[in-house]
Design a protein around this ligand. Structure first.
Ligand SMILES: *Cc1c(COP(=O)(O)O)cnc(C)c1O
Length: 403
């Protein structure tokens, strides 16, 4: 399949300009051209499309689909919902978060380019930046605190791209996105923000000056721990480049997964309202528990973090990390004592999950590396779902008492 030169332009029915983000997330996917009037947009489970021998010159080829690796109406609806949620010019969905991240970076970087990244990124992203991209001549510098607290000094002339996450995973540190995007734009660098943990309900990186926003849609966006998906949203000129690379690298979102992602995004704002509340309730209830060395929640580690989070976030998410004073053994006893919260990695689903980063997401780190990043063996990450807050507080408190 060769690449079509022309960009596809799916047509969505316009909503009133006063429609807010929750309204848009429910209604933004309306397309009268292809869906036969169905209120729920159908799953176009097809690999290919009848290609018209001729199309009207006036209409142009905008709505012609060719092949599902390149484009599919069900994928386009999911992308349109995310575009609206992030306030972006354009968006695209992918077969996983890592597909979205790798395709995006391979679209905008070239040999010789300099990248600045914060060091406490998602593990897969760090592998891509530190092990994979250098093979193609891309130079990556990872900055750690306290240097990372002063973005103006971290982004030298000649930097091509700045890569950020905030809040970070699993320690939920907050980076000042406005300060980073200002430092990047001073030297003409692009800023890319992974917004997976915050979600567009809680944080809008594009409004803070970022050029592109990335998502593992497998987490909060899809929201039910049943789908692997990814997405990028941002400037139309950059998305046009990403569209071309996406056709070459070939990691499309399956139409059925795109349907699940769309269904998930329609309820994102109500889920986040509950999950933000459950995260806060659990953090407040357990932060001073005698079995804990400390607890982490976005904004809670210092006055400075609280000030930044208050400025750039509308809610703080449903992820809380707790550090058991008794180390790995205490963490093991704690996990066994949980009765509602399930022990599994990942986050963002409707069911609460607990995982030990040193055994799951950060297993690849050596002991000194993990210690330097603050990922201790007694650290447990809790992703609060949509259950009753009292039940979650009771389950976690009982399990702490039992360790
Ligand atoms: C899970 C995750 C990813 C990777 O996404 P997949 O959908 O698992 O490929 C990237 N970034 C963050 C912050 C994540 O949590």
């Amino acid at each position: 399949m060769s690449e079509p030169e022309r960009p596809r332009r799916p047509r969505f029915e316009p909503l009133p300009e006063w429609a807010g983000p929750s309204t848009r997330a429910v209604h933004a996917g309306r397309r009268s051209d292809v869906n036969a009037g169905a209120v729920v947009f159908p799953i176009y489970q097809t690999s290919t499309y009848r290609y018209p021998a001729e199309y009207s010159e006036a209409e142009g080829p905008g709505d012609v689909h060719l092949y599902t690796r390149l484009d599919n109406p069900t994928q386009e609806v999911a992308a349109e919902l995310l575009r609206g949620l992030e306030g972006a010019e354009a968006a695209r969905v992918f077969g996983s978060g890592m597909a979205a991240i790798s395709t995006t970076l391979l679209s905008v970087l070239s040999p010789g380019d300099e990248v600045v990244a914060i060091a406490d990124l998602y593990g897969g992203t760090l592998d891509l930046l530190r092990q994979f991209l250098p093979r193609f001549g891309v130079h990556v510098r990872c900055v750690t605190e306290p240097e990372a607290l002063d973005p103006g000094r971290c982004v030298p002339d000649g930097t091509k791209l700045v890569y950020l996450e905030s809040p970070t995973n699993p320690l939920l540190k907050v980076h000042d996105l406005r300060a980073w995007t200002a430092a990047a734009s001073r030297v003409g660098a692009l800023t890319v923000v992974d917004n997976t943990l915050a979600t567009p309900v809680n944080q809008s990186p594009l409004a803070l000056g970022a050029d592109l926003v990335l998502h593992s849609a497998s987490k909060y966006l899809a929201g039910h721990s049943d789908t692997i998906a990814g997405a990028v949203a941002g400037r139309a000129d950059l998305l046009a480049r990403i569209d071309r690379t996406h056709g070459i690298l070939g990691a499309p979102l399956d139409p059925f997964a795109a349907f699940l992602l769309t269904r998930g995004m329609k309820t994102l704002s109500v889920r986040m309202e509950r999950q933000n509340g459950n995260g806060r309730a659990l953090f407040d209830a357990v932060q001073d528990h005698p079995k804990l060395r400390r607890a982490h929640y976005p904004g809670a580690d210092s006055d400075r973090s609280e000030e930044i989070a208050g400025r750039q976030m509308r809610g703080r998410s449903g992820v809380v990390a707790i550090e058991l004073a008794g180390g790995a053994e205490a963490a093991g006893r704690f996990l066994h004592a949980l009765r509602i919260v399930e022990v599994a990695c990942s986050f963002g689903g409707v069911e609460s999950l607990a995982s030990v980063p040193s055994e799951t997401s950060h297993r690849a780190l050596t002991a000194p590396e993990a210690e330097a990043q603050g990922i201790r063996p007694g650290l447990v990450r809790l992703s609060l779902g949509i259950e009753d807050a009292n039940d979650l507080v009771r389950d976690v408190s009982d399990a702490l008492d039992a360790t």
